[in-house]
Design a protein around this ligand. Sequence first.
Ligand code: COA
Length: 186
Amino acid sequence: MSDLQLETPRLRLRLMQSSDLDDLLRIFGDPKVMASFGGATFNREQMERWMHRNIEHQNLHGYGLFSVILQSEGLLIGDCGLEHMKVEEDQASELGYDFRSDYWNQDFATEAATAVRDYAFNVLHLPRLISLIRVGNAASKRVSEKIGMRFVAEITRNGISYWKYAIDGISNKHFIERPNGIRISN
Ligand SMILES: CC(C)(COP(=O)(O)OP(=O)(O)OC[C@H]1O[C@@H](n2cnc3c(N)ncnc32)[C@H](O)[C@@H]1OP(=O)(O)O)[C@@H](O)C(=O)NCCC(=O)NCCS
């Protein structure tokens, strides 16, 4: 398995692995986190399916959601990364993130998403990233804005309303020239 990882001042983003199950369940089994998805918490079986879908996605597309480790504690506190999806007839790369609720509002999602944004443009050379944020998810909207994304439109997908945010690789040029001191190892 590749040992690809992104390092930021406080975080390490590494490929997701089967042994992350319990730590991910700590996030997706939390009603505060799942309130953002308007749904019930995951049980172990649902978590396992979600995690394996992400690992398969990673193998198929060469990118996926990373597990985010807080370096000072060696603790998995979130996921952050990319998902290839079809949105309104277009193929898109979506930047997403979910964090443990006891670590919210400490800029961790923004720090992780910044690293993924720069990895997507500088290494994967993706032309554009989008984020689909359920209407009303103010914290996620704020993270998108903090990493330089712009509101595009409100869209409906599978019967759910989303704010679509986007950022282009070219408009991101100044980030490419000054990539925030993020280290990528492979
Ligand atoms: C969205 C999420 C990942 C953000 O993680 P985080 O580590 O707390 O994010 P950050 O600390 O980097 O930034 C959060 C920002 O939102 C702001 N914020 C938080 N709650 C808010 C609210 N209810 N209304 C307005 N702003 C809010 C914070 O003040 C902060 O902005 P600031 O730095 O300008 O003060 C986290 O809330 C989460 O996991 N939510 C559940 C899952 C989810 O919604 N995932 C995204 C799906 S699109």
